[in-house]
Design a binder for this molecule. Sequence first.
Ligand code: DGL
Length: 267
Amino acid sequence: MDSIGVFDSGVGGLTVVAALRRRLPAESILYLGDTARLPYGSKSPETVTRYTRRNIEFLVERGVKAVVVACNTASALALDNLQLAGGMPLWGVIEPGARRAAEVSRGRVGVIATEATVRSDAYPRALRRLRPDLSVVSRACPLFVPLVEEGWHEDDEVTTRIAERYLAPLLAAEIDTLVLGCTHYPLLKAVLARVAGPAVTLVDSAEAVAEVVAEGLAAAGLAKPEGPGPVHATQHLCVTDGGESFKLVAGRILGDPDLPLEWVEVV
Ligand code: DGL
């Protein structure tokens, strides 16, 4: 197989898959949603690092040519300690997201993420490295991931109330840019944009990651040629626990209501 391996704890990383498919239509993708162990955001760095290692091993055993950690929590807690055998390319989502925010912000950045990502301080560190003048306020939003996994992300009254409560301190701090520091959160974009208002620019790292992956594959000589002929790229989705809601939300994200799922064991 010659795919890009991508993983997250659940459906969130599929926002990155959707961006990869738009940017790299000729590339096949093998996705792992570690639904049996979701959420990662409330777990310790040691546990998240162990899960991350195993997920990557699973993708590598399946023969992928590169790995995208489409999970901010795993990128923040585990990525620094990992290197792939043979120098296989490995990307996380924090650096590309921080870079995009540093480009667009007028000075005040809000970061919303899981508890573990906020505790790691990974975004403020990355942002200040890029632009020491930035002021950064972070807020953990632990209820967002279950809402997304449940499929309650579009225009839902309950989700809107929760978003108002989470964003209140950031809006009081007059942020001009809001980093969606969890790959589940782009699915809440419509609600978040409405609550944050037009003065706040939302930064979704998915597009930025797709760009970094495209450049990295090309530089490593691993990119599939994009010819004028038919594209035979495939996407294969694996989960560590079955779930109708995963299928439903995945179908909405990838625009295919009948996606087959393979149930795998990653221990
Ligand atoms: N989607 C993941 C992230 O980007 C984590 C969600 C979770 O499992 O808590 O952080």
